[in-house]
Design a protein around this ligand. Structure first.
Ligand SMILES: Nc1nc2c(ncn2[C@@H]2O[C@H](COP(=O)(O)OP(=O)(O)OP(=O)(O)O)[C@@H](O)[C@H]2O)c(=O)[nH]1
Length: 348
């Protein structure tokens, strides 16, 4: 299945929230002060968000009268409508600042214009795409061998799964990959990575439980260099409970791999779980203090109504969004496309 189709199908919880919110917002408008239409041509009541088509009568059909055009409900853009729109966007996890900016941009030059829900969705999608376009950048691939990709994020965010999916895609593109299971404290995390490695046909380097992740990272560098691997992906622990330890652990991994390549890691990916909503913003702030984050991957957009947080992230931090995850299967991760995401998010 094409990823866009998948995205549209799987983003339904977020898009239903925003899409239905916009339908309601326009549908709730008071009836316009226009002359009433004849009863037979009256569209569904203005307060109904999903108007039913009016059936033409038998006489009308026999005499070839044109079917009445069903007009979408419309609502004049005023302060009250903008305030509702703003609230709706905050509820959809775009965050207050982003919601305010988006709403102001939609209002500009359009006050008093009577908008249908579809028009409002188009305007919103355009605003969201405008915010997202500068950050929609695939993971850059460098000629450097091995390109070292350090993967960070809290436990459960989807690091392991993301590494597995990326490794599989790189393999499919003809690249050789080595994975290092750097969360050496959690046997389950190492096992899971081995499963993904097997699926992707990529070797996974492991170390005894509780051993120094930096030492594993060194060994993995040696092996990746010796084998001429294109990429080395290093998983890391995600224990934010002890931030100081984690910071030292990450710093040590970086120090060690820089002895082999002063430019490494070439990418530091922060994996975020969309279901955490606004908390994802705090996670970015925290990890920016712990590591030199170069880009984001957002997972679990399929299981949440909080997909709007990606817009807030783009607006607040401007970090590249390399990929998004919409499921647990190996092909459920793809490059992030601003326009596709924006349209899917608003339910277009
Ligand atoms: N629905 C859905 N589930 C996902 C997605 N990405 C990851 N998951 C699931 O989220 C759970 C956690 O993912 P992991 O990859 O194990 O997360 P992690 O960050 O490595 O976590 P630890 O191994 O606990 O450090 C797993 O059950 C995954 O199958 C996604 O895009 N959609």
């Amino acid at each position: 299945m094409a990823f866009f189709t998948k995205l549209r199908e799987r983003l339904t919880r977020s898009s239903a929230k925003i899409g239905a919110g916009l339908d309601d917002l326009v549908g709730e408008a008071p009836a316009p002060p226009e002359a009433p239409l004849p009863a037979t041509e009256l569209p569904a009541p203005m307060a109904t968000p999903h108007p039913q088509p009016v059936q033409p009568g038998l006489v009308g059909r026999l005499f070839g009268r044109a079917e009445p055009k069903v007009e979408e409900p419309r609502r004049a853009l005023d302060d009250a409508m903008l305030e509702e729109l703003e609230d709706m966007l905050v509820q959809a996890d775009l965050g207050v600042d982003t919601a305010l900016r988006v709403t102001a941009n939609i209002a500009e030059g359009r006050m008093g214009r009577r908008l249908s829900s579809t028009e409002l969705k188009e305007l919103l999608a355009a605003e969201i795409a405008r915010i997202m376009a500068p950050v929609a950048r695939p993971l850059p691939i460098y000629p450097k061998k091995p390109q070292v990709v350090l993967v960070v994020g809290v436990n459960g965010a989807g690091k392991t799964t993301t590494i597995g999916k990326l490794a599989s895609q790189f393999r499919a593109a003809g690249k050789s990959v080595v994975i290092a299971a750097g969360d050496t404290f959690r046997a389950a995390a190492v096992e899971q990575l081995q499963v993904w490695g097997t699926r992707a046909g990529v070797p996974v380097m492991v170390a005894p439980q509780g051993s120094d992740p930096a030492s594993l990272a060194w060994d993995a560098m040696v092996r990746a260099e010796a084998e001429g691997a294109d990429l080395l992906m290093i998983d890391t622990a995600g224990r934010l409970q002890n931030r100081q330890d984690l910071m030292e652990e990450l710093a040590k991994i970086v120090r060690v791999i820089r002895k082999k390549d002063p430019e490494a890691p070439h990418n530091t990916l922060l994996v975020l779980d969309a279901t955490t909503g606004q908390n994802a913003l705090n996670q970015v702030e925290t990890f920016l203090k712990l590591a030199d984050i170069s880009g984001l991957v957002m997972t679990k957009l399929d299981g949440t109504a909080r997909g709007g947080v990606l817009v807030a992230l783009a607006d607040r931090f401007g970090l590249p969004i390399h990929a998004i995850g919409v499921g647990e299967q190996i092909d459920d991760l793809d490059a992030f496309d601003a326009e596709e995401f924006a349209r899917a998010l608003v339910g277009l």
